[in-house]
Design a protein around this ligand. Sequence first.
Ligand code: SAH
Ligand code: DHB
Ligand code: MG
Length: 216
Amino acid sequence: MSETWTTVDTYLSETVIKPDPAYAAVSIASKAAGLPDIAVSPAEGKQLYLFAKMSGAKRILEIGTLGGYSTLWLARALPPGGLLTSLEYDPHHAEVAAANLKKAGVGDRVEIKTGAAIDLLPTLQGPFDFFFIDANKDGYPEYFRWALKLSRPGSVIVADNMVRDGRVANAHSGDAAVEGVRQTMALAGAEPRVTATVIQTVGSKGYDGYMLALVS
Ligand code: SAH
Ligand code: DHB
Ligand code: MG
């Protein structure tokens, strides 16, 4: 099936998603700099853009910058005066992303903070209107707790890679990434302050899914 998913993703990119060349430039520069090919797809990137626009987000927090591909989609959803803060552990990734985002014309709307998210989160001042959690999966439960702390009623939390080829449904995986995602799922399900769902997705990046949560 994955060949069909990729063919359809390409078709959708050409017809309805229509990303401008700035996005491909980020992908090409990230690949050239040796970064792994794990950014969101164009369809997913545009979905993030639409979610951020629909929520009217003025302050966005991203956890996991990589080369700034998802960052660019989210930054372009900001109104004038808006700000996106993105947390990245790897200084090389942060450097590549900063150059990519400057080139794409959103350098003034994005601040990248370098370090382990768990160390950076306590230094941030909320509230943020929109969160995109997309770093190390074993850290997701703590990132979700921090997103709640840094949120306000009406904030939106999106968490990437919540299904991972169905591995999330395995209670005995012995895999820290799967365990992190499962704990996040349990937290979201039990947290009275959030209303959440998980949407399963297919496409050029395979079979996965994201969590969408609204803080009340
Ligand atoms: N959001 C990006 C992809 C992020 S990939 C996009 O879709 O374009 C995950 C990123 O999280 C990697 O760059 C990795 O270096 C970073 N990361 C891993 N562990 C981290 C940690 N503990 N704190 C912050 N970032 C981390
Ligand atoms: C991986 C991480 C991601 O955030 C993603 O979207 C896909 C893959 C990974 O670490 O393999
Ligand atoms: Mg991801």
